[in-house]
Design a protein around this ligand. Structure first.
Ligand SMILES: Nc1nc2c(c(=O)[nH]1)N[C@H]1C(S)=C(S)[C@@H](COP(=O)(O)O)O[C@H]1N2
Ligand SMILES: [Mo]
Length: 552
């Protein structure tokens, strides 16, 4: 034990608390000091990042790095478990880890300032490395973590000081030192003993908390400068020369069946899958789409260049994520507006030797799309409109790619800023580096929306309904089986295009008890959906969706 842990004689009249109690008190406060230091560090980091770019903030940078480094199974688990909230879960997880770490740093700092400061430096270093290894950053991105760490270290030292006496020698050796020590004891504001100035600690702690709140809030305000919501609101979408085919009367079965997915997914309900903790904010006026690589005459385009073309198309396309489980909801349908991709690529002289388009987004994401699919899929496009609005910022504003028939990870690059014509041999895109298949054609899928699994259902005639998709091939038949009986053919929403899902519906008499309902689809080529159950990794889930319902 060091002298700081000893219990000096208390002034007369003031009961001295037992040694262990104060020891614990001191440790508790030291841990709190660590926590407050971390809060100040994050707040200051947030403030500085407000001057640079939101993604440079320490928490975002570290979270981003965690996403990049997370092994695929964990990432899949996160998408499965937290769905749209996977990023919030990550940020909260990062904050909890940091909080625990900072408690420790406080405790260590009580023992040794040097080690405490080292702990802070270590965290700052993690932030710096994370920020500098982000694909789309600059050296400036390190600044928030550096300044934040300095602020945290200063805070830690300031808060630890009232918890420990001024460097008194372990054994007072001369009279002067003894007197000094005694004076310290007698004049201490902390009536409970020397070296623990609680009042001073709490005053400083309050100041730290205030600094943390003000800097974090200031950072938040500064970040608003980057927000493009207003600019998006001012955009007027052009009219397509080739509008989407008119849907037949009564096309949307969800108006008749409760719990059935609507034919078109409203933008606010559209699933979102990406690695962006802070959504990229691209200013429409500054937007550029550049073409590089294997093109004979590559151009760079502004948003107006794209809007003012005479060959704009509007198409209905269902987007699907490769991470979607059997029965999952990582799929959505929208009416997209944009530039026909095939014509666009030919115009720039894409070379026949190119097998892969490396699509880059402003945040450094790379999505590798087969050149052939981009050229030959009739409804493939550079989309800037979604369900009659400019693309929502989370869905890729101002421009993304849409190629029907391919999972999003190989076709649907959001915040698209560059297309490099290349080959599959030359480059593995982000998800391929993580073991996902380079080519990702969408597998035939059917999902039961209603009744919901294990939700009580009333006996009688009930509509069993859902959606089925096989983009590019279309759906020709959906069959339903109850308790292993005969396969019954379901009614389908009217055939419109092969690129969107079809709703299906079948009235079924359900008696009391547990029942198993299974669905399977046949695609437009007559191919029955495979019954083989496989997980999404590495090229998409397959198998028949089946669930149990309790009928009462
Ligand atoms: N820039 C960027 N684009 C991206 C992704 C991403 O992480 N970053 N994810 C892809 C994946 S895996 C899918 S399934 C679709 C999802 O598009 P949505 O979020 O608009 O539904 O976007 C694709 N485009
Ligand atoms: Mo995806």
């Amino acid at each position: 034990m060091t002298t700081t842990e000893q219990t000096p004689a208390a002034p007369a009249g003031v009961p001295a608390p037992a040694g262990p109690t104060r020891r614990w008190q001191r440790r508790l406060l030291a841990a709190l000091a660590g926590l407050l230091a971390a809060a100040v560090g994050l707040g200051v980091g947030q403030l500085v990042s407000g001057f640079i770019r939101p993604a440079a903030g320490p928490v975002v940078a570290v979270g981003d790095a965690v996403i990049t480094m997370t092994p695929e199974p964990v990432k899949s688990f996160a998408i499965r478990t937290f769905g749209q909230n996977d990023k919030n879960a990550l940020v909260i997880g990062t904050l909890i880890l940091l909080a625990l770490y900072s408690l420790l740093v406080g405790l260590v700092g009580l023992r040794s300032r040097r080690l405490g400061v080292l702990g802070v430096v270590l965290f700052g270093a993690v932030g710096v490395v994370a920020a500098l290894t982000r694909p789309a950053g600059s050296a400036w991105d390190a600044l928030p973590s550096v300044v934040g760490a300095v602020a945290a270290a200063v805070t830690l030292l300031a808060l630890l000081r009232p918890l420990t006496p001024a460097a008194a020698p372990a054994e007072p050796t001369d009279d002067e030192a003894v007197m000094e020590r005694l004076r310290g004891v007698l004049t201490s504001t902390d009536r409970k003993g020397a070296g623990l100035d609680r009042r001073r600690f709490f005053v400083l702690g309050g100041v730290a908390l205030g600094v943390a709140a003000v800097t974090a809030g200031g950072g938040q305000l500064l970040r608003r400068r980057f927000d493009v919501a207003d600019a998006r609101g001012e955009i007027r979408l052009p009219t397509p020369s080739s509008p989407a085919p008119r849907l037949p009367q009564g096309a949307d079965l969800s108006t008749q069946v409760d719990g059935l997915t609507p034919l078109f997914t409203p933008n606010r309900d559209f699933y979102r899958v990406d690695t962006a903790i802070t959504v990229p904010q691209l200013r429409p006026a500054q937007y550029r789409l550049s073409l590089t690589g294997m093109f004979d005459a590559p151009h760079t385009y502004t948003l107006d260049d794209l809007f003012n073309r005479g060959d704009l198309i509007e198409r209905d396309v269902t987007l699907t994520c490769v991470s979607n489980e059997v029965g999952g909801n990582l799929a959505g349908t929208a009416r997209w507006l944009g530039v026909p991709l095939g014509a666009f690529l030919r115009e720039n002289g894409v070379r026949s030797g190119s097998s892969q388009l490396i699509c880059r987004s402003s945040d450094g994401m790379t999505i590798g799309t087969p050149t052939r699919a981009a050229l030959e899929t009739p409804d493939a496009m550079l989309a800037f409109g979604m369900n009659g609005e400019p693309l929502p910022v989370e869905h890729g504003f101002p421009v993304r790619m849409v190629v029907p028939g391919l999972y999003g990870y190989v076709s649907a690059c959001k915040w698209l800023t560059q297309i490099e014509a290349s080959t599959f041999d030359a480059f593995d895109a982000y998800w391929v580096q993580r073991g996902w298949a380079p080519q990702g054609p969408i597998k035939t899928a059917a999902r039961i929306d209603t009744p919901a699994a294990l939700r009580p259902v009333k006996a009688g005639r009930r509509a069993v309904a859902g959606v089925a998709w096989a983009q590019g091939r279309g759906i020709s038949k959906v069959e339903v089986q109850v308790d292993g009986g005969e396969w019954q053919e379901a009614q389908l929403s009217p055939e419109s295009e092969a690129d969107i899902w079809r709703q299906w519906m079948l009235p079924v008499d359900l008696q009391r008890g547990m029942h198993r309902i299974t669905v399977r689809a046949t695609d437009g080529t007559g191919q029955l959906q495979t019954q083989d159950r496989v997980d999404p990794y590495p090229d998409g889930a397959s198998g028949w969706h089946s669930l149990q319902v309790l009928v009462s």
